[in-house]
Ligand binder design. Structure first.
Ligand code: OGA
Ligand code: MN
Length: 198
């Protein structure tokens, strides 16, 4: 699996893999999400004093996890991320030094309008990754991740957040958006950085 990921990232700047997490892993993760539901916070947009909730831009709720001590149920996922990070450094000299991630859910009807992950306060983001955590997802549930080319004029991928699918892409290359979902949409989303995070 690592070789496919590395090859695709190198050749296309993005990779999408189905069924990285199986249904028993997803069940455990979803039990965890249910348990922690009241600890999720509304995601905000903007910087510093301007930071605020704006559901016309993004409507998700997030719970940051400690990458140094992730709960056991995330072990497979964090091991994989660590291997990808190390391999990007040793094979392609990415200079990645740290990573961060949060759980996210979008209530029914919410979305995240088009954006780039590496910006203003987060210039050190180099690689973005998402794991989709719903146990079922049908086409009519919508909530696709739409990835555009660098200048935003062309749609490159429209990815269904299918159970256990993983997507990794270069943070600076691809504007992307999350279309409105027709049922609650769950993911683990994060970034690899080229600096140590405080
Ligand atoms: C993000 C994001 C994509 C997704 O949180 O920055 O773009 O498919 N998420 O959840
Ligand atoms: Mn994003």
């Amino acid at each position: 699996m690592l070789d496919i990921i590395l090859q695709q990232l190198h050749d296309h700047g993005m990779v999408q893999l189905a069924n990285v997490l199986d249904s028993s892993e997803l069940t455990l993760i979803n039990d965890f999400i249910e348990e922690k539901k009241n600890e999720f916070l509304p995601a905000k947009v903007g910087h510093g004093a301007q930071r605020m909730r704006n559901e016309a831009i993004r409507g998700d709720y997030t719970l940051w996890l400690d990458p140094k001590a992730p709960p056991e149920i995330f072990q497979k996922l964090t091991l994989l991320l660590g291997n990808v990070l190390e391999a990007l450094n040793s094979r392609y000299y990415f200079g990645l030094r740290d990573l961060e991630y949060h759980l996210a859910y979008y209530p029914e009807g919410f979305f995240y309008s088009r954006h780039i992950d590496a910006f203003g306060k987060d210039p050190s983001r180099v690689v973005s990754f998402v794991f989709y955590l719903n146990e079922t997802w049908n086409k009519e549930d919508a909530g696709e991740l739409v990835i555009y080319n660098h200048d935003g004029k062309e749609i490159l991928q429209k990815i269904t957040p299918a159970p256990g699918t993983m997507v990794i892409f270069l943070s600076r290359e691809f504007p992307h958006e999350v279309l409105a979902c027709h049922k609650e949409r769950r993911s683990l989303t994060g970034w690899m950085h080229n600096k140590i995070l405080e």
